[in-house]
Design a protein around this ligand. Sequence first.
Ligand code: PBG
Length: 329
Amino acid sequence: MEQTDRPRRLRRDGIRPLVSETELHATDLVAPVFVDATAEERVPIESMPGQERVPVDAAVDRVEEIMATGVEAVILFGIPASKDHEGSRAWAEDGVVQRATREITAATDATVITDVCLCEYTEHGHCGVLEADARENPTLTVDNDATLDLLARTAVSHAAAGAEMIAPSSMTDGMVGAIRSGLDDAGFEDVGIMSYAAKYESAFYGPFRDAADGAPAFGDRRHYQMDPANGQEALREARLDVEQGADVLMVKPGLPYLDVVSAVRREFDRPVAAYNVSGEYAMIHAAAEQGWLDLEATARESLLSLKRAGADLIVTYFAEDVAPDCRDA
Ligand code: PBG
């Protein structure tokens, strides 16, 4: 039989760009920044080559470097000077994220998004306050409802410092609603919520937990983060967040969960974010160091795939590397 339909016709050099379906823009990318109240100088993160923990007084420099590549948005994570049972440094007016946000918004045009979670701030490393006996009883961990108010207070303190968008990542049921009312009551109706709507209990967060010093001191996060086996449940999570006022729906991790990114894209009329997490970054770096993968090309293909699956924006440690080649003219 003669072959008449030949897809290769569309792959000729002059035609390829005309029919290309997906494009990566520097303005789609959000770069994570780790601000560390215990650091006196910028400290490289070993498991995430090219990433650093920076002291508050270096946060503006760090953000200016990022902006110079064409990236316009950052998401801040904080490492506090001290930790306690409740994570009270998370909502302190002079907390590490609050101070960095004030400095960055005063000195740059960067869009500041802040991660809201308690795991970096609690001495036990869980994402909320513990249930009584949680350390002894493996069926217990975080007291969901007792955590809501603390998340709302943290979000309000970030907004007061100048954050334009709040990104709650603790997978507490009801967190979006609690934060939305907290922000509205404090007069921050214009501050949006980018919810980590479908956040899985993933082994791909390993390097981040080193970076942000947020590993649980006992147990794991299986009672509050999603089971990697579940896809349908992601739609339920996303629906609840939409009902509670989420402005952007995030799926995390990214590449291992492209099916979830695409399902959330189809199902909801909210922008979808994908988080290309620390383990996805570390894997490519490790292979590239061995000479087994081309760093830039694999990074770019990863991000393009997330967009093809339906992500409108991507939180990625590759932002600075990839952005210069995809700036809008
Ligand atoms: C805090 C938080 C985590 C990440 C983002 N926010 C860690 C976790 O849930 O254990 C992971 C990010 C990454 O791996 O790049 N809850």
